[in-house]
Design a protein around this ligand. Sequence first.
Ligand code: MSP
Length: 666
Amino acid sequence: MSNKPDHYYVTTPIYYVNDKPHIGHSYTTILADVLANYHRLLDVPTHFLTGTDEHGQKVQQAADKNGITPQQQCDQTVIRFQELWKRLEITNDDFIRTTEPRHKTVVQQILQELYEKDEIYKAEYEGWYCVGCERFFAEKDLVEGNCPECGRKVDSIVESNYFFRMGKYQQWLIDYIETHPDFIQPAFRANETLGFLKNKELQDLCISRPKSRLAWGIDLPFDSDFVTYVWFDALINYISAIGYKSDDEQFKKWWPCSCQLIGKDILTTHTVYWPTMLKAMGVEMPKTVFAHGWWLTGRTKMSKSLGNVVNPMDMIDNYGVDAFRYFLIAEMTLGQDASFTEEAFVKRYNSDLANDLGNVANRVLSMIDRYCDGKIPVRSNSVDTNDPIENNPGMEQDIWIAVSAISTEVGEKISAMKLDSAVGSIMSAVRMINVYLQERAPWSLAKQEGKEELLNHCLYTAAECLRVCAGLLYPVMPAKMLELRTALGMADAKPHVGKLSKFGVLIPGSAISQPGALFPRIEVEKVDAASSRVAPAKQPVKPPKAGGTAPSPSTPPPDGLITFDQVMNVQLKTAVVLAAEKIEGADKLLKLQIDLGTEKRQLVAGIALHYTPESLIGKTIVVVANLKPAKLRGVESQGMLLAASLGDSLKLVTVDGSIGPGAAVK
Ligand code: MSP
């Protein structure tokens, strides 16, 4: 892991309290949580702020409709966010509500100071107002007479108002963005803001609303006939919450903010309004404003009217918190839009969590249980050194070096906000452990005399690699990864970066436990599409309830039987061996080039003690064609061949007669 900053302050937008929390809100908050968890793991002092935006017309309208005060309306609806964050195991250090006195006081102080500095002035205003967006637009900015942001109808309004002299900062802002490439991320969003700033004159910002039209807001301190425009009020939350104008020490500790996460739709408010407001106040800019893309339902925008909004609570109820968090982080490439379908969710869950991670965890823990009396085994005791792995080169050293190197890679990727890719790297490490086990075959060592030491060393190494992967995944799936690390016999299961890439953290002799199926496989069932929770899921599924105990490949059912679906997930095909050669330094491995009918592939197989390379050329073999590629001794293997083995004997599985490559084996 790398790039350790001296502090880390991360914020989410504050959500409109009236909205029902949906996947978009959950995503930004989970993303902030993962970043906060990761920095805490690095031992970087971290502060994570989220909250709710509680003023404005929509709250007032809802309150009027419900016959309650706007404050009561807010108090009732804020709970939905607070409860969701609890369920999603969000570890925010603070939750700010813009109706809290600590916020309102600071907003008023800022307004007063800006007014006294003539940064705010009063003028007659004529413009077009969008109630939905709570923003004014100039006539030239309307799109076919409608709001350029949301497309809804706008109202023509003439009134006296107060204005912030935003326009005078136009050139300063262009220069600032151009000389601070980290300020707006991803870079193409900086270009978007620059395009906006360079192509038209930046207007002053109307920052008041007459109370005659809207009473629910923060009073202007210098004119009680007006309240503050909701965006001017809301943006200030990022500094009011950390002590701006109330606690200098706290404020200096956290500001400038390290990372302000936003959705792409609120880019202008955060990269034009906000920096010019800060500039006028004489406050430093945040280091980075990062705009992520949108979650779409399939390819369609989520909207209440289409009825395709994904409800996070349903996902948590059905699949568990950790799987939901994992999917959102693994699936979205930051900056771009991502598609949510329940089908994609189930596919990724089954392949990454149930098959790969769940399977490795189950294999390692079950074998330690079976072969090592349920206790973490001793590492190689044939070498008298503090760092036995250095002196025991071979497969164990290879797998450890490969897995521990991933922690550096993950650190770099997280710093570069490539979280999906970071998770991908961890999953490739998980698959490497699986391949290593396959190659080292501890179950066969267990049957051989005199191999106890190697068996112990193998399982110790595998457990260590698993510990590292679980540590790296902890920021994304805290509960499940703590469970897994506890199952590995760790008294202090919370990961710490100092120990992550050190070999020898697990203490031999400590009792392991079986956590049950960490990620029970989700059975895909042909059920009535109407019962599917997410509209476009083409292939509805029957999920296990969170915490349920549906059978999975990682926990064979007591009768040892698997379902038809599980068999059908494995694609077996015939292939013809085109070329074969030994792999230097790996006595047991051969590298094969095979013809799979529609494509050529490379396989690595542990058959060198049983077949010479030449004897394989032209043979028709059977391979698992849909196995994820993995590296064995640094050589990529794109599949696995089948062989029958008994004692010391091993024979390739072939077909009875002549059939071309690519034939399905059923
Ligand atoms: N209250 C303002 C923010 C003020 S911050 C000083 C606001 N609130 S919001 O509740 O409407 O939206 C909050 C965030 O949710 C925005 O960043 C928005 O981009 C995000 N999302 C809303 N729908 C989304 C998706 N479908 N996908 C991803 N995020 C989306 O705006």
